[in-house]
Design a binder for this molecule. Sequence first.
Ligand SMILES: [Zn+2]
Length: 75
Amino acid sequence: MIHDSSSFSPEAQQRWDNVSDSVKQKIRANVWCVACRQPMTMINMTGTAEETTLVLRGHCGSCGHTVARVLEDHQ
Ligand SMILES: [Zn+2]
């Protein structure tokens, strides 16, 4: 079993908490992996809040390659 842990900065956690669970799941399960050349599930996710975006970084659940996803803050 692949170890999966996530850590968010407090502000990033707050923004992530504003996202509905179904959207969270969709985001996590559809992160493009350049190594697999297809959307994969992100594991070991870390979140950092930047000016207007929430930046998610982690690893491909299949091959372990680094993947990232940027969410625009629409507030
Ligand atoms: Zn991969």
